[in-house]
Design a protein around this ligand. Structure first.
Ligand code: AMP
Length: 328
């Protein structure tokens, strides 16, 4: 791989904030992996971002491993795609300092993560790391000459801040940083949890990716449904089971199940079994690969180390340009 990409460079990071769930799979991981054919992909485990909230070293180590192994099990190809731990490329924190010196307080006051914490009265969780999170995220993006950042709608603002910082830097010091574009994944649905609200670890309504089949089935059986009797016709469009089913099914499978809902005689238990089987089949091979990687953590470590070396080469060059530009 050269440092001058012929394909646009896409970068994304995933926080090691807990075992990945099927919302992360459909909303973030699969869309990012799909870019491997058209983009030069840089994917990292956002370990520094995790430090804004996590205080348990053993758990953090475990979660970092889990995220890396998840990417690999689901199809990240380390021959084509660079995968590394954020903390293995310290140039990013150096760039964050320099960008922070160009970022006004009023800009950071408007950032979602900070505003949400204030709105919820969670002042005890607001540390300088959380407050300056958009600066570190901008450094993550700009250190690697990123062209495209695939993000959910929730992260669009942070990418726009990174663009603003790059443009401001270039205005003051001359053309130095690549200005990235957000790529908003409009088509990616919000995956509902077992209670119908957005699937989220914080609601406890999530379905973890790597549960063994028996436990996975139990989670699907716990999907909340109404009390319509078995023989009565049912409305697929208001059913939490169907909402998950259609995200994994082919259009034909979804149409078929919808017709059986409307015809009556289909119990929710059967529908739950069907969605479980669909998801279980989709996860079977990745799960085997994941368990294999868990049994051989040294393979994951070796990939992360090789990725860090490649990533660091790119970041070092950017930082050399940046240092020269600012007069250091
Ligand atoms: P989180 O760990 O909750 O911050 O999620 C990481 C990323 O996964 C988000 O930025 C989204 O892109 C995606 N994601 C999380 N939950 C969902 C969901 N319920 N539906 C779709 N995408 C999701």
């Amino acid at each position: 791989m050269t440092d001058a990409p012929t394909r646009p460079r896409a970068l994304t990071g995933i926080q090691p904030s807990g075992t990945p769930h099927i919302g992360n799979l459909l909303g973030a991981i699969e869309p990012a992996l799909a870019l491997q054919d058209s983009h030069e992909c840089f994917f990292f485990v956002a370990s520094y971002h995790a430090l804004t909230t996590q205080r348990d070293p053993a758990l953090l180590r475990e979660r970092i491993f889990e995220v890396a192994a998840t990417w690999l099990a689901l199809g990240l190809d380390p021959e084509r795609t660079v995968l590394w731990n954020q903390h293995a490329v310290p140039e990013v924190t150096e760039l964050a300092w320099i960008l922070g010196c160009l970022t006004s307080k009023s800009t950071l006051d408007k950032a979602h993560a900070f505003k949400d914490a204030v709105a919820q009265g969670k002042t005890e969780v607001i540390n300088a790391g959380l407050y300056t999170y958009p600066v570190l995220m901008a450094a993550d993006i700009l250190a690697f000459d990123t062209n495209v950042v695939p993000v959910g709608k929730d992260q669009k603002q942070h990418v726009e801040m990174a663009r603003d910082m790059a443009q401001r830097f270039n205005r003051i010091y001359g053309e130095t940083l690549v200005v990235p574009e957000p790529s908003i994944q409009e088509r990616v649905a919000t995956v509902p949890g077992i209670d119908g609200r957005k699937m989220s670890k914080s609601y406890g309504n999530h379905i973890e990716l790597w549960l063994p089949p028996k436990k996975l089935r139990k989670r699907f059986m716990a999907i909340v449904t109404d009390a319509t009797p078995l023989e009565a016709p049912k409305d697929p469009d208001t059913c939490n089971v169907f909402a998950l089913y259609r995200l994994f099914a082919t259009p034909e499978q979804a149409a078929d199940l919808a017709a059986r809902y409307r015809a009556g005689g289909l119990g929710y238990g059967h529908a739950k079994q069907e969605v479980f089987e669909l998801v279980d089949a989709r996860l079977r091979e990745p799960r085997e690969r994941y368990l294999e990687l868990r049994a051989h953590p040294e393979r994951v470590e070796a990939i992360l180390e090789a990725g860090a070396e490649r990533a660091r080469r790119v970041a070092r060059r950017t930082l050399d340009r940046v240092r020269t530009a600012v007069g250091l």
